[in-house]
Design a binder for this molecule. Structure first.
Ligand code: 5GP
Length: 125
């Protein structure tokens, strides 16, 4: 499957759609989810065009993958989420309900999350 340049996160990266940026550097962008499921719900995406986790883990350089996940941790910490705990989720492909075909992780926190719940259709307890 080829990367779809018209997906919503590609448009956000090109500045065609606004976003509430939480963090940005040369490699990644983090912004608030438009439909937050928890008090803090941030999406983190690489700027390069990876379709999903499988694509990123297979084709991303170790530096790129390392930088990405270090920043995920740093962003969560800067939000104060490390104290109470938080969830990091990625939906990979149709079986997981991935809606946007540009790799992203969800950082979710700020309240107790129902045990076993996932980002897609997730309900906080
Ligand atoms: P997925 O199911 O692909 O893991 O989740 C995609 C996420 O992107 C959903 O949580 C959805 O609310 C979020 N989303 C979809 N469109 C937009 C948008 O235009 N802006 C922002 N900030 N988030 C979006």
């Amino acid at each position: 499957m080829a990367y779809d340049d018209e997906n919503i996160f590609a448009k956000i990266l090109r500045g065609e759609i606004p976003n509430a940026t939480v963090y940005e550097d040369e490699g990644i962008l983090a912004f608030n989810d438009i439909q937050p499921k928890t008090p803090v719900h941030i999406l983190v995406i690489p700027k390069r065009p990876y379709i999903d986790m499988d694509d990123f883990a297979t084709n991303g350089s170790p530096e790129e993958v390392g930088h990405f996940f270090q920043k995920v941790g740093e962003i969560a910490r800067n939000q104060g989420l490390h104290e109470g705990g938080y969830r990091v989720v990625t939906n990979n492909g149709p079986n997981a309900g991935q809606l946007v075909p540009h790799f992203h992780v969800h950082i979710m926190g700020g309240q107790k999350i129902k045990e076993g719940s996932m980002a897609r259709g997730m309900e906080a307890s």
